[in-house]
Design a protein around this ligand. Structure first.
Ligand code: SF4
Length: 376
């Protein structure tokens, strides 16, 4: 199968997505954080109702995979009871908020994100993939991450409101940042943004109150595995972790909570440094530079298995590696140094491109790919 289906919606817990290994149930942790007991309970649910695998997504969400139709209802009921899913389906759908994961209690990111969460009911209906970004730390960390309506640290030191697709934003007065995000979402809705689907594609001129010339401040590097002021960060290979692995790590009472980042990195708040089997402890581990979607047999659009090949290849590649089950390229929207795209059960090989980029070599078996890169 070489084509792929483009979906215009995002799954959530109330609207799970059918995949090759059952239903996929997405959970959107508030403020990208789960207190330790909530995280442990989530791991237990992933084992009970799913296949024991938890995905970490680019929007800092978590996904339980392999859920069946009957179990899904009980799973959602328990997620609502745990406070991980909103009982109001509309609010759950609208709750697309990416927040700088190193926020601290009472700082700008925390304050604005809390205010926005409290005002979700004031939002108009929005296309499923539309979301908010609150990146109000000392310097931005989320500039490369998706989000339509953004509050960011600006180059002048204050906070700015910026619409996706515009390189600059307008300075915000302190105190009404969340209100301005809500107002921008209403403008998007009222000006026909749903037709474009995303803010970046909506080319209507912004209203004066959302127009400004302040660029975001220079960004800082995203969180990587290792010690941080808030605890120890670990990478999740290919954005997945076994629930049992997380549960074992979270048994340590010194850990206060689990923070989810959009970079396939999990922060164990309060944890001492040290390896966790199954997770990536070092910022130089080649697996951190390897991207691979679930592939076959887990995605119906894949004709090739992806992750075992990526694991074997990663140490032999300098730069990023992307092994994609098909040309959609779900695992990595950016260009990678080496890209293998599945097509009709074989791989096309491209360099410095995205999944489906014009290939330098085509029709390769996995063995031929390994041989090409000198992997025995
Ligand atoms: S890129 Fe991978 S996960 Fe995405 S549709 Fe293709 S095979 Fe499925």
């Amino acid at each position: 199968m070489s084509g792929f289906a483009i979906k215009g919606w995002c799954p959530d817990a109330w609207r799970p997505m059918e995949t090759g290994d059952g239903l996929l149930v997405r959970i959107k942790p508030r403020l990208a954080r789960l207190p330790r007991e909530q995280a442990r309970a989530l791991c237990a649910l992933a084992d009970r109702f799913g296949n024991g695998i938890i995905d970490v997504t680019r929007r800092a969400n978590l996904q339980i995979r392999g859920v069946n139709e009957t179990g899904w209802r009980d799973l959602v009921r328990e997620l609502v009871e745990l406070g991980l899913v909103d009982a109001d389906r509309r609010i759950e759908t609208l709750r697309n908020l990416l927040v700088a994961p190193d926020w601290a209690q009472g700082d700008d990111s925390h304050r604005i994100a809390c205010e926005l969460l409290a005002r979700l009911g004031q939002l108009p209906d929005l296309p499923g993939k539309v979301g908010f970004v609150v990146d109000a730390g000392a310097a931005p960390v989320l500039l490369d991450e998706p989000g339509d309506f953004r509050v960011e640290r600006g180059a002048t030191g204050g906070l700015i409101l910026r619409a996706a697709g515009r390189s600059t934003g307008v300075e915000l007065a302190a105190g009404n940042e969340a209100g301005m995000l809500v107002a921008l979402a209403h403008w998007f809705h009222d000006s026909g943004g749903a037709l474009a689907g995303r803010m970046a594609r909506h080319d209507a001129p912004l209203p004066d109150w959302a127009t400004g010339a302040v660029p975001p401040a220079p960004p800082v590097a995203p969180m990587a595995p290792g010690s941080t002021p808030q605890g120890t960060a670990h990478g999740a290979p290919f954005g997945q972790a076994e629930a049992a692995v997380l549960a074992r790590a979270l048994a340590d009472p010194a850990i206060k909570g689990l923070r989810i980042t959009p970079w396939r990195v999990l922060l164990f708040e309060g944890a001492q440094s040290g390896a966790i089997p199954g997770l990536i402890a070092s910022a130089t581990d080649p697996l951190l530079r390897a991207y691979a979607c679930p592939g076959a047999p887990f995605c119906p659009q894949a004709s090739v298995a992806t992750r075992d090949l990526a694991r074997q290849l990663a140490p032999a590649i300098s730069g990023n590696l992307h092994v994609s089950g098909c040309a959609k390229g779900c695992a990595c929207p950016h260009a990678a140094a080496v890209v293998l795209t599945g097509r009709d059960g074989r791989f096309d090989l491209a360099h410095n491109g995205r999944a489906g980029s014009p290939a330098d070599l085509t029709d390769l078996s996995p063995a031929a790919v390994l041989a090409h890169f000198g992997v025995a």
